[in-house]
Design a protein around this ligand. Structure first.
Ligand code: SD4
Length: 344
């Protein structure tokens, strides 16, 4: 090693170990100003049912595990839950009766993987992770994604439950496609699982976590808009739209009508706003306002919600319509919180 590069290496190493000793972490864009990471580990996810999913992620985070493993394990819980009609097994089908899943995952090193329009596999998020880790690609779609999953040991099964088939047949009577603002999940027993902060909302899960090492990861998984056209893909599996993670800045994820989120590349926008110094809730609010600017008429009739977390562990959310909520778990906070909304 040349003496100047060796000197540089030693300086960098010394800086790193000083940060480790004082429990601080350096953000690249802050040019060596140490920032104290608060309350790690932490996990934040969309909607009230995120609480149960967070508990799954917490099992891993609280033992010092990696954020990537935590978000995968966390979102697998609603994926496997037949009572949740917007994610994985039991998801509402498209207009032709096919349950098609969209999912993506992203780690602290900008590695990401995604599946779109995947049928017959419950854990779309794990297939997305395998795309990330075992292929030279980021996205696999449709039959190619299914063949890849089957070749890697995933088992095929019918995802359409009798309840979701019944709901689809009911919808076929009018066949009117009009996304509900906050999906009322009729299968959920509210008396057993009261949701604080609003109606019984069940929708796409987006989850973000920071582990004990201060690293961020995120996951997003959904069966998409109920009764969509066959082949329709929403925001959830699109890196930058439904999810974005930048380990230097923070992470964001979205729920709601995916077309409007894709139009503004919503989650990436939220992260970039945090890079400019916005607090997580403000960044989410500005992204919601961008949707209103771009699609003022449509925005009045649909729901879109964002949640975000920054590198300091500060989090927040914001939505177009009231009723959106998000779940948080850390050492000091466990709960479901209503997000502020543009329309009241
Ligand atoms: C989509 N954003 O497919 C997802 C689904 C959702 O309310 O969140 N629906 O557009």
């Amino acid at each position: 090693m040349a003496s100047s590069s060796r000197r540089k290496f030693l300086q960098t190493a010394a800086l790193g170990s000083a940060a480790a000793l004082t429990g601080t972490r350096l953000l690249a864009h802050e040019k060596k100003v140490p920032v104290i990471i608060k309350d790690n580990p932490i996990v934040v996810s969309t909607w009230g049912f995120g609480k149960e999913a967070n508990a799954g992620a917490w099992e891993i985070l609280s033992k010092g595990g990696r954020a990537l493993d935590a978000v995968e394990a966390g979102v697998k819980i609603p994926e496997a839950d037949p009572k949740n009609q917007t994610i994985g097994y039991g998801g509402l089908p498209d207009r032709d009766g096919h349950v098609t899943l969209d999912a993506c995952i992203m780690d602290e090193n900008y590695n990401c993987g995604s599946v779109m329009c995947l049928e017959n596999i419950v854990h779309a998020i794990s297939v997305a992770r395998m795309v990330m880790e075992k292929t030279p690609h980021i996205v696999l779609a449709g039959d190619g994604a299914l063949q890849f999953a089957l070749a890697n040991g995933f088992k095929a099964q019918n995802l359409l439950t009798p309840e979701s088939e019944k709901a689809w047949k009911e919808w076929l009577k009018t066949a009117n496609y009009h996304p509900e603002i906050n999906i009322e999940n009729r299968l959920y027993d509210k008396s057993k699982d009261p949701m604080p902060g609003g109606p019984d909302n069940h929708d796409t899960i987006g989850m973000m976590a920071i582990d004990v090492n201060g690293n961020l990861s995120g996951a997003c998984t959904t069966s998409g808009m109920a009764f969509k056209m066959h082949g329709r893909v929403g925001d959830s599996p699109i890196i930058g739209a439904g999810l974005y993670v930048d380990n230097e800045i923070g992470a964001a994820t979205s729920t709601g009508v995916g077309e409007e989120v894709i139009r503004i590349v919503g989650s990436h926008l939220v992260v970039e706003l945090m890079r400019l110094g916005r607090a997580p809730e403000d960044a989410c609010r500005e992204a919601v306002e961008r949707i209103i600017q771009r699609s003022p008429e449509k925005a009045k009739e649909i729901q879109v919600g964002f949640i975000a977390i920054n590198k300091n562990g500060e989090y927040g959310g914001y939505s177009l319509q009231p009723g959106f909520e998000y779940a948080v778990q850390s050492k000091s906070v466990t709960g479901v919180f209503p997000a502020k909304s543009h329309y009241k």
